[in-house]
Design a protein around this ligand. Sequence first.
Ligand code: TYM
Length: 353
Amino acid sequence: MAAFNELVFSGVQPTGNLHLGNYLGAIKRFVEMQARDAQCLYCVVDLHAITLWQDPAELKGQIREVTAAFLAAGIDPARSIVFNQSQVPQHAELAWIFNCVARLGWLNRMTQFKDKAGKDRENASVGLYAYPVLMAADILAYRATHVPVGEDQKQHLELTRDIAGKFNNDFSGSIAAHGHGEDFFPITEPLIGGPAARVMSLRDGTKKMSKSDPSDNSRINLTDDADAIAQKVRKAKTDPEPLPSEAAGLSGRPEADNLVGIFAALKDATRDEVLSDYGGAQFSVFKGALVELAVEKLAPLGAEMKRLIADPAHIDAVLADGAARAEAIAAPTLDAVKDIVGFVRKGPSLRSV
Ligand code: TYM
């Protein structure tokens, strides 16, 4: 592997209905990371997906759809490593070791588990509870320094930092004895930001845009065609006031704030820049401009995804190549972790990775 200054890792679940929030909050930013001096790994996290029931007849298609979205958005599989999690066994292996580092009290605080498990917590899978530990393993199997995500993943990244810190601390003697520097795992930086770190539902500006919302009108799917995009934007909930002339005027107006944020992210601008053009405009005018911009940016993406999905053999080849390159980075990390923990393993013990 060429020497890069940074190692970027992120993941997207293949649970169907990839939407504008996934694109603006995550995938579009993954593409931008490729301009940095960084090795980027982008993972289709199928092990995470099955923490909630997935129909086996659909799952392969969903994995290929996320891969297609990565490629259609501009992730270059020659420069970045694109793969699906279940092909690289080190994720699950490190997750087990981290299950023994993370504390029950830490996981009990995870708000996403509470949201996803709902009232019937006794009936949630053990995997759903341990989900954030697997996320930490995804990131730290590569000793990633930076993780671009939407705002909803902030708490999970704090847990990743806690797990890395506790591992470094609990095993500090063994880490030193095996010739590693003081901190074996980095304290990873979350990269959360931009105007669309939290894209909200088009039907309710106080709820996150989500794959699982029963109303399809609440989200723009990446495979929506121009007509569907136009119809959903025109139907989006708004308030009766014209747009303010600066971003501060959006406070207390969640739907207006969301549409301006989406416009800004699609245009690579700030909310203030958008409002300097549209301040004082009625929503009918602004929505017309938003439809035009969204169709211009998203329709070609959706069309390219469909073209790629029609050739599953190509997608599967990209994933297999990515998995081999990912494993070449993760395997030495796991060998070192096994030495540090004190396991007997195949091959000589590593002095450094
Ligand atoms: P997932 O599949 O739910 O979402 C993928 C990415 O999309 C972002 N996102 C949003 N951003 C802005 N507005 C929204 N409404 C919105 N909805 C989703 C998410 O923040 C995420 O960045 N746990 C992760 C997957 C994962 C992961 C990892 C991420 C597994 N392992 C390691 C980073 C590093 C998730 O649920 O993604």
